[in-house]
Design a binder for this molecule. Structure first.
Ligand code: SAH
Length: 380
């Protein structure tokens, strides 16, 4: 394991994070720079729109690491920005690559010392990036490593976007370390909000980030390549249905009845399974989009074949797909993964009942790439 020492921040703590700025706010930051005021003889000159476009291009298309690189900006502007603003709020403090060389996990530190994780998974055609939406999580799922530390704080939109830009830069620059064994693609093609945190518990910042990631003058990724995974906060599912973006919805179900689900996923006490499924039906009626249900299989807990039948009953008639995930065992927990054979059987039962089902391949277990595990390992 390699730990990269942290360098002290070169900018004042009051520096503005440009990744947290809308184009209008970006214009205000530039307008407030000293040389702008000089240009106007003491008054702030207005900033031409092309300047803002140039800065956005450096950030979201060229993944600039420093203001110095922004060669088409006047030197005074670059220096002014370097003195008063930051380009990324994230410092990578630990990077791990799986033995197979296809999964990379990064632990990032934020300016206040909080840490989050993101994982890059390379497949033949896709390269999926799993990002965090909160430092920690308040949902308390009993089998999840992130839940163990509770919620530290929400991420800003910029902190969410920064995770994507970090890996976009990594993939674009073939020489960038660490090396991965599989052939390295040059762009991020899919983003899943399945890292630390509950995205719907940080709704506003998550959607600001999604809009910046999908905007033509932002990162420019198609909304259909983004998946938001939720524990099932019903009012927020209804809100997402009205966002008007084709972002995919994944719901972490893990049990077909509320008695069992409430033990695994505490928010289920407030939003019972039937209410949750009703909101999913409303979402589909509005958006016409297929929803994914995630189901982490835990031995002797939620993997009884009769539960597969119950699940098929519950999901009957819903435009959906079920993703079975063999549990990633976590420290200090009695939950164990279902065996491969029983996982297969559970999948077959669902398929036989006409439910589209896949078993998710486990990735990067030995690098603690599952669900809050790297951060916990780093803190222990
Ligand atoms: N809070 C969101 C997104 C983050 S977790 C949610 O609940 O959907 C992403 C997925 O990983 C969820 O389906 C979550 O239930 C699952 N998960 C958490 N801990 C896990 C573990 N130890 N093994 C397998 N899946 C786990």
């Amino acid at each position: 394991m390699k730990t990269i020492p942290l360098s002290p921040p070169a900018v004042p703590p009051t520096a503005r994070s440009l990744l947290d700025c809308s184009p209008q706010e970006l214009a205000e930051v530039v307008k407030a720079l000293p040389h702008q005021r000089e240009d106007a003889g003491g008054r702030a000159a207005s900033v031409p729109a092309y300047r803002i476009r140039q800065i956005q291009e450096w950030i979201y298309k060229k993944y600039a690491r420093s203001f110095e690189e922004m060669s088409n900006l006047p030197k005074a502007m670059r220096d002014g920005l370097a003195a008063s603003a930051t380009l990324t709020p994230l410092t990578p403090v630990e990077q791990r690559v799986s033995k197979a060389g296809d999964t990379q996990k990064v632990l990032f530190q934020m300016p206040d010392g909080e840490t989050i994780e993101a994982v890059l998974m390379l497949y033949d055609q896709r390269r999926t990036l799993c990002i965090s939406s909160q430092a920690g999580c308040a949902m308390g799922c009993s089998f999840c490593a992130t839940a163990q530390g509770g919620l530290r704080r929400n991420l800003t939109a910029g902190e969410i976007v920064a995770q994507v830009l970090f890996f976009a830069r990594y993939l674009r620059n073939a020489g960038e370390r660490p090396k991965m064994r599989v052939k390295r693609p040059t762009t991020v093609t899919n983003i899943v909000l399945m890292g630390m945190g509950e995205p719907m518990h940080n709704y506003k910042n998550v959607w600001t980030a999604i809009r910046r990631l999908t905007a033509a003058d932002g990162f420019g990724l198609g909304a259909r390549h983004i998946t938001l995974s939720t524990v099932g906060l019903v009012p927020m599912i209804d809100r997402m249905a009205d966002e008007g973006l084709q972002v995919n919805l994944a719901v972490s179900l893990h049990a077909p009845n509320n008695a069992l689900r409430s033990k695994l996923v505490p928010p289920s006490r407030r939003y019972p399974v039937d209410d949750l499924l009703a909101s999913v039906r409303r979402y589909i009626a509005k958006t016409n989009r297929r929803v994914t249900f995630e189901y982490a299989l835990m031995r002797g807990v939620n993997d009884n074949p009769s539960l597969a039948e119950d699940l098929a009953d519950k999901l009957h008639g819903i435009l959906c797909h079920v993703n079975l995930i063999p549990l990633n065992p976590i420290p200090d927990s009695s939950f164990q993964p279902t065996s491969d054979r029983d996982t297969q059987r559970f999948a077959e039962r669902l398929s036989a009942r006409g439910i589209s089902t896949t078993v998710r391949i486990r990735r990067g277990i030995e690098i603690d790439a599952g669900c809050g595990q790297l951060r916990n390992a780093a803190e222990s």
